[in-house]
Design a protein around this ligand. Structure first.
Ligand code: SF4
Length: 399
């Protein structure tokens, strides 16, 4: 099997990483990770026989730009035994391993041909976390220093990574991340018995933040320190949404993580959790919505309705539930509302709030049409607002 055939064969494994998907509170896709057919066919060459479907996913970068990103593993072999994982040790499945130079060259070939504009590079653990991290760093070094690649690079940190390796990764990557998988030690033991939450997973995130705070940004890639993210597996360890959101809030507030990803559990044949039911995809969407509301919309835990088991209701998004309780009887006058009040209205996000405040300086907003051009989702907002003292009526267009 040559390099491109190996890459193509890893396309389903890559879907386990939720990173970089679009996720604004009102537009989180129910299905994560849609594979993108390689726009130039088989990048290995004209006579290349393999299926030209590679693990390429549309990604939303910090700042909103959308680009095709290759998500791949340096090796799908692993010496650990996480209960949910396709790559766990002892599972009967074909494994693929790349040499750092081989993977760097294959990616750079795809990049030069315009098939991808970035890479998310992860790995199974083979020979310990430190040695695995060295090989990941080797790919990054080759790309940055030998091939002079300047595009997007998201580098995963391995459990067991050393502080000096974290610092080097931050000098090479636009984004670094390590997956916590579960919100507490107790929950992690039900998913990944060989991983240690505080020592192996949280500590590297703390190092990232220490480095960002204590060292000047010009040591980082491109003259600034990379952003950091993590991912949880949702729905297999008995964790509640409250557990996940509390840990997520700590990560955003104390360690300044840019994103927390929620990967919905789906059972993998041949693993200890193969008979565990998959998570309802709506749960993942509600978690993203609540996480964004906590991070960017000024919401606090007391603004959410939690069921007795600590989960968010699946049927309705948390912002809509809040508005139905607080704004349905007392709609908000768009022409007088503050920044913070506007953010609470369904269908209005930070960008449209800024647009509304700016438009108000030029005159009063009188119709849903005025709001639509400012980016407001008027169908969602209409029941909770007043325009010039009157509640607007949203009418569906049938033709
Ligand atoms: S360490 Fe990573 S690759 Fe290995 S079994 Fe666990 S989740 Fe899978």
């Amino acid at each position: 099997m040559d390099t491109f055939e190996k890459l193509s064969s890893l396309r389903l494994e890559a879907a386990f990483e939720d990173a970089e998907i679009t996720a604004m509170p009102e537009e989180v896709p129910a299905e994560p990770n849609t594979l993108v057919r390689c726009p130039i066919g088989s990048v290995g060459g004209e006579d290349h026989p393999c299926d030209p479907v590679y693990p390429i996913y549309m990604a939303t970068l910090p700042g909103g730009k959308r680009i095709p990103v290759l998500k791949t593993l340096l090796t799908s072999a692993c010496e650990r035994n996480c209960y949910y994982c396709f790559a766990r040790a002892g599972r009967d499945t074909p494994r693929q391993t790349f040499h750092p130079e081989e993977l760097a060259q294959a990616f750079f070939c795809m990049y030069r041909k315009g098939a991808v504009q970035g890479i998310l590079l992860s790995s199974g653990i083979a020979g310990g976390g430190t040695r695995t991290q060295d090989r990941l760093l080797a790919v990054a070094e080759i790309l940055r220093n030998k091939m002079e690649y300047r595009g997007y690079l998201h580098l995963k940190l391995m459990p067991g990574v050393e502080r000096a390796q974290v610092e080097r990764a931050m000098q090479l990557a636009d984004r670094v991340s390590i997956n916590l998988e579960a919100p507490t030690t107790q929950h992690l033991s039900r998913l990944a018995p060989m991983k240690q939450l505080a020592e192996e997973l949280v500590r590297p995130l703390q190092w990232i933040e220490e480095i960002r705070r204590n060292q000047p940004p010009w040591y980082g890639w491109g003259g600034r320190w990379p952003s950091s993210t993590t991912q949880f597996v949702v729905g297999a360890a008995g964790e509640s949404d409250l557990d996940l959101l509390h840990t997520s809030e700590y990560l955003h507030r104390r360690l300044r993580l840019s994103r927390v990803y929620f990967s919905g559990f789906a059972p993998v044949p041949g693993t200890p959790l193969e008979n565990h039911p998959p998570v309802d995809p709506r749960r993942r969407v509600r978690l993203y919505q609540a996480d964004f509301l906590l991070r960017d919309y000024g919401f606090s835990f007391s603004d959410f309705i939690f069921l007795p088991d600590g989960t968010l209701p699946l049927e309705s998004d948390p912002k809509l539930l809040w508005a139905q309780t607080h704004l349905a009887e007392a709609p908000l006058e768009i022409n007088r509302a503050t920044f913070e009040e506007l953010l609470r209205v369904p269908g209005i996000g930070p960008k449209s709030v800024k647009a509304i405040l700016s438009a108000r300086r030029c005159g009063r907003l009188r119709s849903l049409g005025d709001l639509k051009v400012l980016g407001v989702q008027i169908k969602r907002a209409a029941p909770f607002i007043l325009l010039d003292g009157r509640q607007p009526v949203f009418q569906l267009k049938f033709w």
